[in-house]
Design a protein. Structure first.
Length: 301
């Protein structure tokens, strides 16, 4: 488990990796990544309901224009805590690339709001050429097309991977909720962000805060891809709601257990049943609802 985050403004981090995660090497053929960053918070002066003037902190939301092989694809709105991993995960989850070795480099200029991606020439895929420019925190274009196909969700199952489908114990779940609350420094200070974290059992691997739940999941995906981390024995925690696209993204990366502090949509539920993904919602302060996969939950009370 990573060290707890100080709530001193200058020490706040929105991207945290545990010692176990830090010891992992990047995979062979991994792309060159820049190391961009910027302020996470800014100060605003407001007036409350009593007329009193107050000073508070808000998250710094910034645009990040994604340019692939010289072509503008989309503008992501992000806190910018780990923009390179966000871009890498976005490319994977939108099926623009299938492997980390297809990406030659990702260079982010936070001041210009630009992420320049170079794909290796042989891997400029049809999925990339079919995309259209736009602005979004999670387009869902590819997954939206898949949802129209009756047999598509079944193809996402990774039943041959070691540890799939994973199990989760009650003690691990409760510990996970405690740890997740220790890594929400931006939210505790300023609110207005989502958190996402990847766990192995009750052990935290990586945690990210960003302005959207899709950004969080994409950033975790980018970290997994960069380090060759399989999702078959992992649990994904998010503060955002579990929609159909969130469930499909997790399953696409081999993760079969999802825990949310928020709720579950009907499509999220239906796809979780098809994909054999365990869903926990409304999980906070020792309480939770198990929507799917009860047979893989060890209620060791």
């Amino acid at each position: 488990m990573g060290a707890q985050i100080s709530i001193e403004i200058n020490d706040i981090s929105a991207f945290v990796t545990s010692p176990q995660a830090q010891s992992l090497r990047t995979v062979a053929g991994a792309p060159r990544l820049s190391s961009a960053g910027g302020p996470l918070l800014r100060e605003l002066h407001v007036v409350d309901e009593t007329g009193e003037r107050r000073t508070l902190q808000v998250p710094v939301e910034r645009p990040l224009k994604l340019i692939i092989n010289g072509r503008e694809l989309v503008t992501l709105m992000t806190l910018g805590a780990s923009p390179e991993l966000l871009v890498l995960g976005y490319l994977r989850n939108q099926r623009i690339v299938g492997s980390v070795t297809e990406v030659e480099s990702i260079s982010v200029d936070s001041s210009a709001g630009r992420a320049v991606v170079l794909l290796r020439p042989a891997d400029s895929t049809a999925a990339f050429s079919a995309q259209q420019p736009g602005s979004a925190c999670g387009l869902g274009t590819v997954f939206g097309d898949w949802m129209m196909q009756d047999d598509a969700p079944v193809s996402l199952q990774n039943s041959t991977a070691p540890g799939w489908p994973a199990r989760l114990s009650r003690s691990a779940l409760l510990r996970m909720l405690e740890i997740a609350r220790e890594h929400d420094a931006v939210h505790r200070t300023a609110g207005s962000v989502h958190g996402c974290a990847l766990f192995q059992g009750a052990d935290l691997l990586v945690s990210i805060e960003d302005v959207s739940r899709h950004n969080g999941l994409d950033t975790v995906t980018g970290w997994m891809l960069l380090h060759g981390v399989a999702g078959s024995d992992k649990t994904l925690f998010t503060t955002g709601r579990l929609t159909g696209e969130m469930v499909m993204k997790a399953a696409y990366n081999g993760v079969s257990i999802m825990v949310s502090r928020n709720g579950v949509t009907s499509m999220g539920y239906e796809l979780a049943v098809k994909l054999k993904v365990v869903l926990f919602g409304r999980a906070a302060k020792g309480r939770y609802l198990c929507y799917t996969g009860l047979e893989r939950f060890d209620a060791d009370q």
